[in-house]
Design a protein around this ligand. Sequence first.
Ligand code: FAD
Length: 469
Amino acid sequence: MDDTPDNHTESPGDHAVVLGAGLAGLLTARVLAGRFARVTVVERDEMSLHGPEFRPGLPQARHAHVLWARGVELMEQLLPGTTAELLEAGAALLESPRDFLWLSPSDWFRHVPGAGMLIGSRELLDWTLRRAVLRDGRIRMLGGRLATGLVGGPGNRSVTGVTFRDGGRLAAALVVDATGRTSKAPAWLAALGYPAPAVTRYDSHLGYASRPYAIPKAALDDPRRRWHAMYVQGRPESPRGGVLVPLEGDRWLVTLIGNGEHAPPTKDPEFLGFARTLRSPALYDAIRDAEPLAPPAGFRATANEWRHYERMDRWPEGFLVVGDAACRFNPVYGHGMTVAAITAQALGDAIRGLATPHIPAHARRVQRHTVTAANVAWQIATSEDLRYPGTEGPPPDRATRVLQAYMSRVMAGANTDPALSAPFFGVLSLSTPPNTLLAPGTVLRVLSKWRLPTSPRTTTAYPPHHGPA
Ligand SMILES: Cc1cc2nc3c(=O)[nH]c(=O)nc-3n(C[C@H](O)[C@H](O)[C@H](O)COP(=O)(O)OP(=O)(O)OC[C@H]3O[C@@H](n4cnc5c(N)ncnc54)[C@H](O)[C@@H]3O)c2cc1C
């Protein structure tokens, strides 16, 4: 290793490097700090010291983000007190669907039990987690450094460090790529002589456009308003939807979505015009007189993509890939951050019982273990996306088609039936395994009582239980 200021005098054997300070990177650093004497988080963006701020490395921060209850629970286990800090800063813990106006592909959700979720700006979430992680003296942040490659050990059988665009290097016993959806790990591995990983990809060509608004005073002051958030879902034959979530500072963030040619516009006044075309006027009614706080921002790269590093025949010691860099999902199901938290937990489990000097040698097994955290979210996202005829990817097999038909009925029942809504949201929030929906009593209830309406026009403009429009 050359002698840059990044090279500590201590041995690299007790040093781990995490590339990327997104959610996956931060939680990974937290777990590794329990085992390595020093953990360095390398981030290409300069890191604000002043508070939550948008940064270019996290373009998705412009769009609605929800952290499902399972993610909140794991975040709290890893970083106790974080939830309270987030709530104090203005984030909200909501119960879905109770606190929502939520129009599912079937009908409006009624007042049924569901699952919790934490909602606030992505900037606030990242800032709060970063501060919490950096309270641990073993973890340091190296902001404004773009990682450009891996340093190979003898015969490139191991990774022993990382290179930077400015020519610097950093030595480490373990390097973890958490650089998100723009990860260059395939090229970095190729430079060390490793083949490209197999990739499975499903793209429903879902487009996002989002815009923050000041919550109108009338809505803030309205004692009859019984909702805090809204979700008008699309259906395959009417693939336009919209989400409205509260942000700290009395703001709403509105994210409009649509597949293929229905992708939402990022210009004024078309943004508002698109909101008017959803299956319910509720979202348009909420924002038509609200003051926009910024122009709409778009996002198009929403494909599900799994890079199967866990299947590679050869894998270097001392290297792992986590988070969106390994497996990313269509964001509309709100799973990426919760999966990052489940992955961090799985990483902790996988290295428990290994002496620290032995962890790098077990990288291949650890990679295989941690990536299983993505299985359920992948199954949900890809089987739901395959309902949309324009989705590109391997066609659904018979089991997936049977599951889709069954889940349509579950969804129809979950709208009103508490016995179904609780397990349905348990699975959607990644809190309970999918097979809870296949318990014999549940299957009988679903098949005997519920069916997805075939006509998209059977729903009312507003649900009856949420007070006046
Ligand atoms: C539009 C959209 C909406 C989403 N909504 C939700 C939601 O509601 N709920 C949810 O749970 N998830 C959501 N997600 C997914 C979520 O954002 C990610 O899954 C989550 O952030 C975890 O990602 P990550 O940490 O792996 O990567 P990221 O959060 O993308 O972080 C990667 C980090 O690596 C840095 N980096 C990149 N390259 C380099 C490099 N070469 N050197 C150094 N640093 C580098 C980047 O600057 C960035 O800070 C959404 C995603 C998108 C795109």
